[in-house]
Design a protein around this ligand. Sequence first.
Ligand SMILES: Cc1cc2nc3c(=O)[nH]c(=O)nc-3n(C[C@H](O)[C@H](O)[C@H](O)COP(=O)(O)OP(=O)(O)OC[C@H]3O[C@@H](n4cnc5c(N)ncnc54)[C@H](O)[C@@H]3O)c2cc1C
Length: 491
Amino acid sequence: MSRVVVVGAGLAGLSAASRLVADGHDVTVIERGAGPGGRNGTRRADGFTFDTGPTVFTMPHLLDRAFSRLGRDRATEVPMTRLDPAYRAVYPDGTQLLVRAEIADQVEEIRTRGLARDAAAYPGFVDWLEQLYELEMPNFIERNFDSVLDLMANPAAAAKLVRLGGFGSLQKAVSGRFVDTRLVRLFTFQSMYAGLAPSDALAIYAVITYMDCISGVWFPEGGMHAVPRALARALCESGADLRYGVAVGSILRDSSGRVAGVSAGGEQLSADAVVVTLDLPTAYAELLPDLRPPRVLDRAVWSPSALVWHVGVRGAPKPGVAHHNIHFADAWSESFDQLIKRRELMTDPSRLVTIPSLDAPGMAPAGHSVLYVLEPVPHLGAGIDWTAERGPARERLHRFLAANGYPDDIVTEQLVTPADWAAQGMAMGTPFSLAHTFGQTGPFRPANVEPRVPGVFFAGSGTTPGVGVPMVMISGELAADRVRDYLGGQR
Ligand SMILES: Cc1cc2nc3c(=O)[nH]c(=O)nc-3n(C[C@H](O)[C@H](O)[C@H](O)COP(=O)(O)OP(=O)(O)OC[C@H]3O[C@@H](n4cnc5c(N)ncnc54)[C@H](O)[C@@H]3O)c2cc1C
């Protein structure tokens, strides 16, 4: 039995651990925080419970897979419901559009807004998204790359991606299908999850729209943090050793340069392989300081960051308000230019308001609600002084809540800024890591193998396949595949 240490109990680490346990390894997960989850964390204050990171949970089959590897049923361990609507979109002219779970309901939603032609186009759009998804997942996302040539491992798939227009502009591909610009915004804003403006994103990233709008948005019973909590529990019960409140200080190597273990909390733990899930630049700076980080980081393009305002309020939202409410600003391409190209605060920002207490009333005291307001802001490369800016930013968010009819009688609050993300070890103060430009995707993204220290592998959003809950779950599996190949090769 080989011993494998996983550094970090975020979703990437937990996903890696589940596969490593299933592969028969002796697995130790070391987490510096007080519990599992990492960015998918939780915070309690004044009787409220706040999910601190992801709110839009997609692709639950990846979680099913992690539990089934441990002989568990995800539906029992983390019951969840599909949100319908997945989003309520609110436009500057006061109109609204819902993202519905069923295709027929979405067609009807578009039709009842007086958009008969766009309603008729919707099933064809879904078909296109499904084809992209089915092509991209096995060939380009759920696989390890050893070289750029691997992109052509399945030439038929690459050719089909070209035929589907995957290498054209996302903005153009979607606006070619819908007349109404509100729908174009609704089905392209997801590129922001990959750190890109829709006009700069390739159409291959429409796969995120598929995950969001077609495959569906889910909400775990009790809130998002139920996911890492349950997975960590299942791992413990399956024999993994999860240690909290202990930071890994260094990676140990033997005389041949191979990994030999880690030092953590004054103890040296030997290991045959180590999976590191810290934000990648931080992993190199803190755990492998003598190694030059991958070259792509020298000229890295970082995703924008986010302000997240957690608010516990008296009262309930008015009828019709959804779990996820996206408020589109009037400005569109100008906003992306400001945010991404000029690295300025958007003068007219779009914002996401999530109200988890609508579906998990236990997250707030009776008669109260939990609000989570997210505004994209530039990463720390912009040089904004967040000590000075946090007060005005908080006032703007408060005015926005009141102006949009949300309850705003505040009991408790916390504003998280890019400076706070940086203090948690996230490079450039962004929790969304490297943007998914073509040059930072697939084989061009920092690899999950460190050949200079055989036995060290990476998972998490800084390596392949990328950012977000589904991608980091896959990254854990890909790292575990690397461990399997490495240890198999040693026998
Ligand atoms: C505000 C916000 C909103 C988001 N919204 C969404 C969303 O709606 N949908 C979506 O899919 N994704 C979303 N994401 C992205 C998603 O949450 C992340 O991509 C994912 O959770 C990252 O998981 P990870 O395991 O790679 O990293 P992390 O969760 O950061 O895990 C790394 C772990 O390593 C630990 N660690 C660090 N240093 C050490 C050390 N030296 N020793 C031991 N442990 C250490 C950390 O404490 C942490 O627990 C959001 C993220 C944030 C922050």
